[in-house]
Structure formats: structure tokens, C-alpha cells
Design a protein around this ligand. Structure first.
Ligand code: HC1
Length: 582
């Protein structure tokens, strides 16, 4: 279709919006509320353009192009209106950018700069001052910084189908809040943090534990171990100024050592352990008529979702704790015994692409190591400790690197410490949607058939489609499997189980779009194109690993030989598994 933009004749796709048309010919019209694939609220009024013949300025994010349309994105009228709308937002916005969590990465701050706004023209119109909501273990909401763009509401409602937050009030009293203003920690919020990822300002951020981790690192009595999730290695480079999806495993390890962690271990080691336990659990259920489909249980936002919305289906969850939690339990038992370190002196810090992991680490059932040591060391309830002490997001780790002035891009590549640092290709793909399924199939096939699996790439469960499925031939037995990412897609598969039409024996669910690589704790921005690049790096690392099946990890074999004895055994039961009850 032919139209004119800023006096130039251009060809654009039929049916697209003015915003998309401009974008397709290299013109960026700013917007604070529009976000591709997430929200199209037309609430901020920043994307207005002038269209010949139209009486008023039009919002480019919702207006479709028509043949012969003449658009001006840079007329004085359009530019002044855009500026005015931002100035009106600034009237009610706290001007504490210097101490804001999003300083330097705030879309409102950036737009104020690019539009050349250099004074505060209007006084505050809102009378009330809203208090921060820090009721959640994962997230902090500061309604004073909210510009009512609606992105958080859209992602929570439309992508996750959770509806934990919405607009309330009218006119100047309009605000975003949780049900009856109860606070995020007291409603159905799953802690996924997708709201924080799409928020243009600092109105929603993770609840930070950076200062507690600094304190632990300075404490001479403590041995501080760190574990890094699969998806952090393809995210942290971005946060340190590198291209999207940069794979920086070795530099990340080197950086963590320079921050002062006593040992740098890998959550991937525990991902391999999860696969061995979960693969055996699946086969046990198949052979003994257990509850099927079995559904993966490593994504804590997903666990909270099923607990809230489908409690009658909790029996379908694998009883395996997540790799983050398995790592903590193994570190404070097996590793403590092996090294003679008092488990009370061990501090386990996890670096996760996820905000819900903070919540998971404080779930009451996540104290397996304390229960293990309780009698042996005569511990009182007052001395109770959790398997994982602090969980930081990728963004928080970037903050720590920046604070210490570490030149991340100049770091050499270093190896993880042993024995909790060895991992396989199967473990790293946990970070992408479909990865847990593929890793489990690589192991389950060999366990079930007793034969070697040569073609280990299960490509049908890869990619960013919302729901994927595959038929896997286990020596004549066909195993039907499905993979879902985002909680809305998970709900579709759960409804099938509920109404008796589910055809699957095994299902993987990951909370966030794209899996953990698109987690709520990852660098901002995160969008579809960036998720693709991170996924490509994850599969690249898998392809180049010497060992690519979890059950072939020699350190996992040693863990069973020296400590756990066997998969699904007594120690595994106490340390690595749990039961979710209605
Ligand atoms: Fe995930 Fe997992 S893959 S849940 O997304 O099972 O956060 O990366 O660490 O625990 O391994 C997250 C990622 C992560 C766990 C693993």
C-alpha cells in the first residue's frame, strides 16, 4: 500500500497501524504504553501524529493506515502535543531519578531527554500520595512512579491470565492496584515479574537482596557459594552493555569470583540432577499407573498458578523440587559433609533470571538441609535455615558488577568450581521453553529402552510457539508430550486435563514467555527478537558441550555413589522432592 510519511512516498503493509508503518520505514514514533505483543492501550498519548484531513491528532499505535494517507510525525503540532503529554505525566511523577532503581534505563527519563524537556512546567495535580507495596517476597510496587500506561495490567491479564492487578478509581484517583488494595503478596500474583519487565519506569521492580549478599560476602565466618541459572549466561552480558543474547558463561564465572564468592557453582549441575530424578519419576508413574500426565515443577510462578487456579490438579505435578532448590539442599548436606564445613556457615546465593525464585526460596518446605541436620547437630527451631539463602535476579547481579567497577567485557573466561559445577548440554537448555522436556526425553529414552539414543535433538519441542507437542517412540511405546510457556497457555493444557481430553503423558510448563530466558528478572528490554537471540545462544552452548545427556554427568554419578545412593531413594525423597497439597 502506498502512503506518504513526512512528505516521502513509501510502501507499507496493508492493515498495519501508523506506528508499525512508520517503524517499517525507519521512523520511530515514541510511546510509553504500546508494547508489541503485549499492550495496545493508547493511554499515554505520546505516539500522536498528524494526518491530513483528520480533525484531531491521531494515536498512531491504534490507527490503521489507509491508501494514500498523508502522515506527519514531526509537524510542530504533533511534536508539541507529544511533549505536552509527557510534561503532564512528569507533573505527578516523583523527580527522584538519581536514586531510582531504573535510573539510566527508564523510558520516561529517556523520553524526557529526547524530547528536549528541560524544566518542570506543571505542578502536581494528584492530591493523594500512594505508599509503596512491599508485601510480596519478589516484587515492590511504587504507585507514585506509575504513569498508568497499563502495560503491567496487560501482561498480567492477557499473557499470563492471572489478573492480579488492574486499574481502580476514576479520574485523578485512577491507579493500578491489586484486588481491594491488598498488596501483591496477598493476592493471586504468581511473582513472575513480567510486570517489572514491561514497566517503562521504576513503578515495579524486584525486591532486592543485594545488600544482604554484600554483607554475607564480607563476613569472615561465612562460606558464600553461588549458583547460576541456565538463562543468566545469555542475559548478563546484555546488562553489561554487550549485544543481545551474548553467551558469556566463562566471563560470568570470572566476574563472580572477583565479587568474592568462595565457590562458583552451576544451577545446571542441579538441572542434571533434576532430570535424573524426574526421568525416573516419569517412568515409575508410567509403569505403576501413577497420575498422568506428569507436569514439570521447576518454575515457581507456575507452581503458584496451579495452586491458586487448579488446586485439584496438583497431583499431576512432578514431586521434584526445582534445580535452584535441589542445589541448595545438596550444597548444605553432601558438599558440607564432603568439605567438613558446618552447614550453618554456608550461605547459598542463586543468580536467577526470575523474580519468583525469591519467593520459592522462602516456601516453608524448602528447608531440607535443616531437617537433615536437625538431629545430627541438635539444632533448635530458632536455628532453622533455608536451603537457598538469597536469590538475586540477573539485573541485581549486573548492579553488583557495576558497583565494584568490574570491566565485565574485559574478563577472561574461567571454569566453574567442582564438584557442583559440572553440567551437560541437557542442563543448559532448561533455560529455553522446551528444554526441560528435551533434556528429560534424552534421559527417559535411554532409561526406558536400555538403548543408546544417537539423535538427541528433539527439534519439535524447540521454538517460541505457545504450545508445542511431540510423539516420542520409546521402542514401540508412543509417549505423547506437550510444552507450554506463559501461564495462559498452561491454562489451556490444564483445562484439557480437567475435561478429560488431554492426550499427553508428560507436559513441560514454564511461566514466562520463551521460558526462563524471558524471565521477569532478565535485562530490560526483553522482547520477542531478544528472546530468539538468547535461545540461539542456549542451543549453541548445548551443541558444544562434551556431554549432552544429564545421566552421563560424572559428578552426578559421584553424588549418587557417595551420598544419594539411588534416584528416588530415601535421601532424594527428603532432600529433593516435595508434595504440593490442596
Ligand atoms: Fe530456570 Fe530452572 S530453568 S526454573 O527457568 O529449572 O529461573 O534459567 O534456574 O531452578 O536449572 C529460572 C532458568 C532455572 C531452576 C534450572
Amino acid at each position: 500500500m502506498e502512503i506518504r510519511i513526512n512528505n516521502r512516498v513509501v510502501q507499507v503493509a496493508e492493515g498495519c497501524t501508523i506506528w508499525q508503518a512508520c517503524r517499517s520505514v525507519g521512523i520511530h514514533v515514541p510511546s510509553l504504553c504500546y508494547l508489541k505483543d503485549v499492550s495496545q492501550n493508547a493511554s499515554c498519548g505520546v505516539c500522536v501524529v498528524e494526518v491530513k484531513g483528520a480533525r484531531s491528532l491521531l494515536r498512531s499505535c491504534i490507527t490503521k493506515v489507509t491508501e494514500g494517507m498523508e502522515i506527519s510525525t514531526n509537524s510542530l503540532r504533533a511534536m508539541e502535543a507529544r511533549k505536552l503529554n509527557v510534561e503532564l505525566l512528569l507533573a505527578n511523577h516523583p523527580q527522584d531519578c538519581l536514586v531510582c532503581d531504573r535510573n539510566g534505563n527508564c523510558e520516561l527519563q529517556q523520553l524526557t531527554f529526547t524530547l528536549g524537556i528541560n524544566s518542570k512546567r506543571f505542578v502536581r495535580t494528584r492530591k493523594e500520595y500512594y505508599a509503596k507495596d512491599d508485601s510480596s517476597l519478589s516484587l515492590v510496587r511504587d504507585p507514585e512512579k506509575c504513569i498508568l500506561c497499563g502495560r503491567c495490567v496487560a501482561v498480567c491479564n492477557n499473557i499470563q491470565d492471572v489478573k492480579a492487578i488492574d486499574f481502580s478509581g476514576r479520574g485523578l484517583k485512577t491507579k493500578v492496584s491489586a484486588f481491594l488494595d491488598k498488596g501483591l503478596g496477598n493476592v493471586v500474583c504468581t511473582n513472575c515479574g513480567q510486570c517489572a519487565l514491561v514497566c517503562p519506569t521504576g513503578a515495579i521492580t524486584e525486591k532486592s537482596s543485594v545488600s544482604e549478599v554484600w554483607a554475607a560476602l564480607q563476613d569472615p565466618e561465612k562460606v558464600v557459594l553461588v549458583q547460576t541459572a541456565p538463562a543468566v549466561r545469555v542475559g548478563i552480558g546484555e546488562a553489561m552493555g554487550m549485544p543481545y543474547g551474548s553467551l558469556v558463561t566463562g566471563q560470568m564465572v570470572a566476574g563472580l569470583r572477583r565479587l568474592g564468592f568462595s565457590r562458583v557453582f552451576d544451577t545446571n549441575f542441579a538441572a542434571d540432577l533434576t532430570i535424573v530424578e524426574e526421568g525416573n519419576e516419569l517412568l515409575h508413574r508410567i509403569k505403576n499407573g501413577g497420575t498422568l500426565p506428569m507436569i514439570t515443577s521447576c518454575s515457581p510462578g507456575w507452581i503458584k498458578f496451579i495452586e491458586h487456579f487448579y488446586p485439584e490438579l496438583l497431583g499431576h505435578l512432578s514431586t521434584c523440587k526445582s534445580p535452584q532448590q535441589m542445589f541448595g539442599a545438596v550444597a548444605k548436606t553432601y558438599y558440607a559433609e564432603m568439605t567438613g564445613i558446618d552447614p550453618r556457615d554456608i550461605v547459598v546465593v542463586s543468580i536467577m533470571p526470575c523474580t519468583a525464585k525469591k519467593y520459592e526460596a522462602r516456601r516453608p518446605e524448602m528447608d531440607g538441609a535443616f531437617q537433615y541436620w536437625k538431629e545430627k547437630l541438635n539444632l533448635t527451631e530458632k536455628e532453622r535455615f533455608f536451603d537457598v539463602d538469597y536469590s538475586l535476579t540477573t539485573r541485581e547481579l549486573a548492579r553488583m558488577f557495576r558497583e565494584t567497577g568490574i570491566e565485565f567485557t574485559q574478563l577472561p573466561e574461567e571454569e566453574f568450581d567442582s564438584p557442583l559445577g559440572e553440567s551437560t548440554g541437557a542442563a543448559v537448555i532448561f533455560g529455553s521453553t522446551g528444554g526441560v522436556m528435551e533434556a528429560a526425553l534424552r534421559t527417559a529414552y535411554e532409561l526406558y529402552t536400555g538403548k543408546r539414543l544417537d539423535n538427541i535433538d528433539f527439534r519439535s519441542v524447540r521454538g517460541l510457539q505457545g504450545i508445542k507437542e511431540a510423539d516420542v517412540n520409546l521402542n514401540g511405546t508412543i509417549l505423547k508430550v506437550a510444552v507450554a510457556h506463559t501461564l495462559k497457555n498452561a491454562g489451556i493444557l490444564l483445562d484439557q486435563i480437567k475435561n478429560g481430553t488431554s492426550a499427553y503423558a508428560f507436559i513441560e510448563v514454564m511461566t514466562c514467555p520463551g521460558g526462563c530466558l524471558g524471565g521477569g528478572g532478565q535485562p530490560i528490554p526483553t522482547n520477542a527478537e531478544i528472546r530468539e537471540r538468547r535461545a540461539a545462544s542456549i542451543y549453541f552452548e548445548d551443541e558444544h558441550k562434551a556431554i549432552r545427556k544429564s545421566h552421563e554427568n560424572p559428578e552426578i554419578a559421584r553424588l549418587y555413589k557417595d551420598f544419594l545412593n539411588e534416584p528416588l531413594g530415601e535421601k532424594s525423597h527428603h532432600l529433593l522432592h516435595t508434595h504440593y497439597v490442596e
